[in-house]
Design a protein around this ligand. Structure first.
Ligand SMILES: [Zn+2]
Length: 446
């Protein structure tokens, strides 16, 4: 005990003795009914002092305790974070050096140590995803969401998890949540659109695409993606037998982009599917005459052969040939159909004309080989078949994407490789062929 305190106590004792000496009386305190207590004056003063001091002490004590508790908590939290950070750093190092199992262990420990520390959740989720542990990634990121409900990166990672796990509907729920909070989030809108596309939810995808288009300031690529989705939606309507809805949508597309070939083809197909054969054929023939794309002829031939109506097909080809006798594709398809119908001479003539127009393809040589064989000109037939084999990739012309170069045996509205619409062309020839000026002619009608 210090000297100051001893001195202070001495002063207090003297002061009290002084006070007690001059106040010798006593005070009667009524504590209870009939319960009385006699106390000397100095006793009452002392008691009051002690009680007051005690109260002050208790008040200060509680405050101090609380402060200490908060401090201890903070220190523990800080230590946990430091430990988690250390585990995280080691985990990242392990991951970067290709020690994946070790990385997982360390990162799992880091997550366990301090769930408020978000970075281990990102890294561990990425590793889980790479390992194909989709459900674990989902569980992990859902857990992180409790502490960080608004973290955009976390939400987008959760979307990736769900997509990877094939739970696209769950991914869409999260994306809609993000978009509800921020309707200008192009990333979320783009992923949502792709999910809707993947689920054949064309009408929903169109709505999402319209928002994206608006946000992009009417960018050309977004505009053509919208057109593609509208087209896909119309195809879906046709598949479901809702031809009127399909035709309305197709008319809308063609009003905006009259050169969009897939829409013209679908328009023709829709009419034919509805039983309006002449209207459908007119759309296809007009489409060919305007755009000179052989796919119109191919679809038309397919439809009429399906209906076992080759006479109609021949009739249309002849009408077309009257108007465009030098047309490569009309002659080629006409020649092919003639051979099928045993009209060997007409077929041969048409095919020879194709050759004279400078067109070269396996299909042409195969057909010429067949025509020569039917005419019993076997040597010429063999030569044609040899040419066919030399450059052959099959009996049909193969199509190539004008955007990415992907080749396919079938014409398709959308490239299965790059996803662009209306890029399918036959390579090695110009879509609008102009006959060479000095070409020899085999046209019997001229
Ligand atoms: Zn492509």
């Amino acid at each position: 005990m210090s000297r100051t305190v001893t001195l202070l106590l001495l002063v207090v004792v003297i002061a009290f003795s002084y006070f007690a000496y001059f106040n010798p009386g006593s005070i009667t305190l009524n504590l209870w009914k009939d319960k009385v207590m006699e106390l000397p004056v100095i006793g009452v003063v002392l008691l009051s002092l002690v009680l007051g001091s005690l109260l002050v002490l208790i008040a200060f004590g509680i405050r101090g305790l609380r402060k200490t508790y908060v401090q201890v908590q903070g220190r523990m939290k800080k230590r946990r974070r430091e430990k988690a950070e250390e585990l995280y750093n080691r985990g990242v190092d392990a991951h970067l050096s290709g020690k994946e199992e070790q990385a997982v262990k360390l990162l799992e420990d880091a997550v366990q140590k301090d769930p408020d520390f978000i970075f281990p959740f990102f890294r561990l989720g990425t590793v889980y995803l790479r390992q194909g542990k989709y459900d674990q990634a989902i569980e992990l990121h859902q857990k992180a969401r409790v502490a960080h409900p608004k973290n955009l990166r976390l939400l987008l990672m959760l979307v990736d998890d769900y997509v990877a796990a094939g739970k696209s509907e769950d991914a869409a729920v999260i994306l809609r949540e993000i978009i509800r909070k921020d309707d200008g989030n192009r990333t979320a809108l783009t992923i949502l659109r792709d999910i809707q596309e993947g689920r054949d939810e064309w009408e929903e995808a169109i709505e999402t695409q319209k928002k994206l288009l608006k946000l992009s300031g009417k960018e050309q690529s977004e505009q053509s993606h919208l057109r593609g989705l509208q087209y896909q939606c119309s195809v879906n309507f046709i598949d479901k037998g809702e031809h009127d809805r399909a035709l309305k949508l197709l008319r809308d597309i063609l009003k905006e982009s009259p050169d969009f070939i897939p829409a013209i083809l679908s328009q023709g197909e829709a009419y034919i599917a509805m039983g309006k054969l002449d209207e459908g054929l007119k759309v296809l023939v007009d489409g060919y005459r305007t755009h000179k794309k052989p796919v119109f002829l191919q679809v038309m031939a397919q439809k009429l052969m399906d209906q076992e109506n080759p006479r109609k097909l021949i009739e249309i080809y002849r009408e077309l040939l009257e108007k465009m006798p030098q047309d490569v594709f009309v002659n080629l398809f006409y020649g092919k159909t003639c051979l099928r119908l045993e009209m060997i001479d007409d077929g041969f003539m048409a095919l020879k004309k194709v050759e004279s127009l400078g067109y070269d393809s396996p299909l042409l040589h195969a057909l010429l080989g067949e025509a020569n064989a039917r005419r019993e000109r076997f040597q010429e037939a063999i030569e044609e078949f040899r040419k066919f084999i030399d450059i052959s990739l099959g009996m049909n012309p193969h199509y190539q994407c004008g955007n990415c170069g992907h080749t396919a045996m079938q014409w398709s509205a959308r490239c299965e490789s790059c996803g662009m619409w209306d890029t399918s062309t036959i390579p090695g020839l110009v879509d609008t062929p102009t006959p060479p000026a000095a070409a020899p002619r085999y046209d019997s009608e001229e």
